[in-house]
Structures are given as structure tokens and as C-alpha cells.
Design a protein around this ligand. Structure first.
Ligand SMILES: Cc1ncc(COP(=O)(O)O)c(C=O)c1O
Length: 472
């Protein structure tokens, strides 16, 4: 750990120097890329702000690590107390290109000066069209595609269901155990986990049917049977409980996010996709967490050569600005009557400019390649920890979307949420922002910004190792 005096006043955030736009740097601005702790975490200024938060913000909006951020870039978050924290979460897989990435900053600045809003449904603008063009060519599949833009991932998922129902004339939607698709009423119905996402918020939207997920680590008869048995269970349940002829869509995260970074066995996704095609059912790939280089491909479906009919994206798309999209087959997307899709802010010009800057950054910096490098850096370290500590039941994930599932040890695989919280809290106290996940609250997940340097990531892993030593 390095210490240094607090370098700025409590709310003096300073500005990013974006002078290196075009130089090829992902951009860390003038934020020193070092972990620096000058106070306890959280520090006194964060603690003061948190007291204000508690009396101003609904208790329903919880915060995982109450350090109040004033600046961020590269792989570092700077808080109001002057601490520099290593970011292994990217604001839940959002700042894939890094915070305040130079191309995003330049594009946003320029757009804000030109105009901030007209409403695309009233008087349109080029940036919206350009983002849709980029999405249509970047997403899997060579066929003709169309896109529509929204504000949040949940909204994109809602619209995917609307489109699928219109196109097929059917109503039922099939979702998986451990799924997370959002917090609006329809997406809560699609989301599997009750606490905290659904508790007390029902009744939920109807015509949602849940099937088992191919979760190799926890498959009752063993991982080797998971792909076949999960597929058979899926087919049988849809046939007997829903009816193929009533099913508009199957929605799946190619790697489940909030559910615990569950990677289905190779081929499972493809079999689901082929079966959907045979039965006139649309496959919706929810790539909101996995998309935009996160898993080492532009989209996680590509890894399995799966071309979904519809794909939802958000998070990494716009370098931190709120934007989401639904992209899909032109005939499907164009089946909706004019005016059926939209919203006041969807595809806001500033968010679109940010997305164009973020996508340009991903291409110019080969961030898919960077995600694979991060996998190569993390996996051996995580596997070495798993050799040492039998509390790590499984190491899994792909690219810069990696996780460890924590258990009490021994063959019974009992989830260990207490240890997960202890490790998470240790990392936080040491200035490393880690996130938890999982239906059983027993997964520690790593989603570093792809702009973070190897030194920072290695230090983050060192601290994780210390967390195990201290907690076990
Ligand atoms: C796979 C997936 N779908 C949907 C959502 C919902 O996105 P949002 O929080 O932007 O509404 C998320 C958010 O974590 C997600 O990971």
C-alpha cells in the first residue's frame, strides 16, 4: 500500500485532460494509476456524505461500498478523501472503456455544445442512426438488422418481449433459473432471484415460465450430464407446461451475470437456439452484462457461433452514459406498428455520442484482445487460490468477466455467503472495489475496466489473496 496526502478538497473533482484523444491511449487522464489509501475506507468525508445520503435518499437504494467518488479513470476510482481505489467492478460492467475515456469525453463535450435533446420520435438526429448502424453490423449475424434505443437494460428487455409477442402473435416467454433481466415489472418477472429484487413488489407480469439453467457446478447428477439433461428438461417443460405454439420467446444471458457468472456448457446455447428456430420461437440473447468486449468477443454469443433473433445491450455500450439497445432481425424488428416503440429520452444524443466514442475506443484499442489478456492474468491466479483454499468451489467466467464461487468446503458444495461478504469487505477496506453476485450470495465477481493496467490488476489479486489468509 502506498500513502500520500489528500490531494484535493472534498468536492473538487478536477477535470480530465482529454488532450490525448486520438493518441491510441484508452486514457487514464491525470488520475494517478496507483492504489493510495490516505484514510480508513470509508474515510471521514465519505462518512459525512453517507450520513446525508441516509437522510435524503430512499433506504431502498443501497450502496455496496459507501466511498463517494469524485474522479475516475483507467483502473482507479478517487474518493472525496483522496483515496485511490482499484476498480474491479466497472460500476457493474459499465465502464468497459474506462471512466471518462478520452474519446467518450470528447464526443460528449462536443455533443453537449451542439444540442442535448430533441426527442428522436419528434425531430431526429444522425447520432441515433449511427449507433443503430454500428449495432447492426457489430452484433452476431450477417442478415439485415434493425435497432431501437432505450435508456436502461430493463427497458431494452421489455421492448424485446413486446417485439417478440408482436412478431409471433404468441404471448408466453421462457426464462431460466438464476436469470437477471432487470427491475421493472415485466423484467422482475423474468428475474429469478427474490431477495432483494422482487420481495414485496408483486404481482408480477404474467406468461413468464421458468426452466432450469445449465449450471454445471451445481447440476444434481454432475457437470458431465449437465448439458444434455438441462436441454432435455428445457424441451420437456416448454412442451408440457407452456406449449411451443404459445411461446413467443426464450430469453437467456449467454453467461449469467447477477446469478453468479454461470457459464453454460459449450453447445447448450446452440441447441437452445436451433430448437427455437425449429419451433418458430425467437431467441433473445440478453447481452447487457456480457456485451461489448467484456468476454473477449464483441458479444458472448459469438463464442458459441449462436446468432440470436434479438439481442439486448446496455452497460458497456456508452462508456457510462445511460443507453440501451434492442437489435434484431429486420423482419422481426419491423413487424411492430409505427409508434409502437420509443420513449422520450431513448437514444438521447449525448448518450449516442458517448456510444460512438466508446465503440471507436473498443475497436482502436482492441479491447476484446485486452479482455482476453485479463483472463490470462486472472485465471492462473484464481486457480492457484482454488488449489490453496477449498472454500473456492469453482473458478469460472470468460474474458474480463470472472468469478469464484465460495462454499463451506468439502463435497456438499454448501454456499458460503458469510465468507463471500468477509472477503468482499476485506478488499473494500484495502481499497479494492469488488462485487458479489449469485443466487446464494456466494460469488465474488471481477469485472475490471478494460483500461486498467496489469499492475493494478495484479495488486488487486494480491489483496484478494490476503483477504483469504485473513478471513480463513
Ligand atoms: C443481464 C442483464 N439484463 C438486464 C439488466 C438490467 O439493466 P438495467 O439495470 O440497466 O436496467 C442487467 C443489469 O445488471 C443485466 O445484467
Amino acid at each position: 500500500m502506498t500513502t500520500a496526502p489528500a490531494e484535493s478538497g472534498p468536492l473538487d473533482s478536477g477535470r480530465l485532460d482529454s488532450g490525448d484523444v486520438g493518441s491510441g491511449a484508452v486514457g487514464s487522464g491525470d488520475v494517478e494509476q496507483r492504489r493510495i489509501l490516505v484514510t480508513d475506507i470509508p474515510g471521514p468525508r465519505s462518512t459525512m456524505l453517507h450520513e446525508r445520503k441516509m437522510s435524503a435518499v430512499s433506504a431502498g437504494v443501497a450502496t455496496g461500498l459507501p466511498v463517494y467518488v469524485v474522479r475516475a479513470a483507467g483502473g482507479i476510482l478517487v474518493d472525496v478523501d483522496g483515496n485511490h481505489l482499484i476498480d474491479l467492478g466497472s460500476g457493474i460492467a459499465v465502464t468497459t472503456v474506462g471512466n471518462s475515456a478520452p474519446r467518450v469525453v470528447a464526443a460528449v463535450r462536443s455533443q453537449v455544445e451542439d444540442f442535448t435533446h430533441t426527442c428522436f420520435m419528434i425531430t431526429p438526429y444522425e447520432e441515433y442512426v449511427a449507433v443503430c448502424e454500428r449495432l447492426n453490423s457489430l452484433t452476431p449475424g450477417d442478415g439485415e438488422k434493425r435497432s431501437a434505443l432505450f435508456n436502461s437494460g430493463s427497458e431494452a428487455v421489455e421492448n424485446a418481449i413486446k417485439v417478440a409477442r408482436t412478431f409471433t402473435g404468441r404471448t408466453a416467454v421462457v426464462a431460466f433459473d438464476h436469470a437477471y433481466h432487470g427491475r421493472t415489472n415485466l423484467t422482475m418477472a423474468l428475474t429469478a432471484k427474490n431477495m432483494p429484487y422482487k420481495q414485496g413488489f408483486g404481482p408480477f407480469a404474467g406468461e413468464i415460465h421458468r426452466v432450469p439453467m445449465a449450471y454445471p457446478y451445481r447440476w444434481p447428477t454432475g457437470a458431465e450430464h449437465c448439458a444434455d439433461e438441462a436441454f432435455d428438461a428445457f424441451v420437456s417443460q416448454v412442451h408440457t407446461q407452456v406449449g411451443e405454439q404459445n411461446t413467443a420467446a426464450v430469453i437467456i444471458e449467454p453467461i449469467q451475470g447477477e446469478g453468479g457468472f454461470i457459464v453454460p456448457p459449450t453447445g447448450f446455447l446452440k441447441r437452445i437456439s436451433d430448437w427455437c428456430t425449429e419451433n418458430g420461437i425467437l431467441l433473445i440473447a440478453d447481452e447487457i452484462q456480457t456485451g461489448f468486449c467484456r468476454t473477449g468477443d464483441w458479444f458472448a454469443c459469438e463464442h458459441e457461433d449462436v446468432v440470436p433473433d434479438l439481442i439486448t445491450t446496455a452497460k458497456g455500450i456508452a462508456g457510462g452514459l445511460p443507453l440501451a439497445a434492442l437489435t434484431g432481425r429486420a423482419d422481426v424488428m419491423d413487424s411492430v406498428h409505427a409508434g409502437g416503440l420509443g420513449g422520450t429520452y431513448g437514444g438521447n444524443p449525448v448518450a449516442c455520442a458517448a456510444a460512438l466514442g466508446a465503440i471507436e475506443t473498443m475497436e482502436a484499442e482492441d479491447l476484446c484482445g485486452r479482455a482476453r489478456q485479463i483472463e490470462a492474468l486472472f485465471l492462473p491466479r484464481l486457480r492457484a487460490l482454488a488449489e490453496r483454499f477449498d472454500a473456492i468451489g469453482e473458478v469460472r467466467g470468460r474474458g474480463a468477466m470472472l468469478a469464484i464461487e465460495l462454499v463451506t468446503g468439502g463435497p456438499d458444495k454448501t454456499p458460503n455467503p458469510a465468507l463471500t461478504s468477509a472477503l468482499n469487505a476485506y478488499c473494500h477496506r484495502q481499497g479494492v472495489v469488488t462485487l458479489t453476485a449469485g443466487t446464494f450470495g456466494n460469488v465474488l465477481r471481477f469485472l475490471p475496466p478494460l483500461s486498467a493496467g496489469d499492475d493494478l490488476l495484479t495488486e488487486g489479486l494480491d489483496i484478494l489473496e490476503q483477504a483469504f489468509v485473513a478471513s480463513l
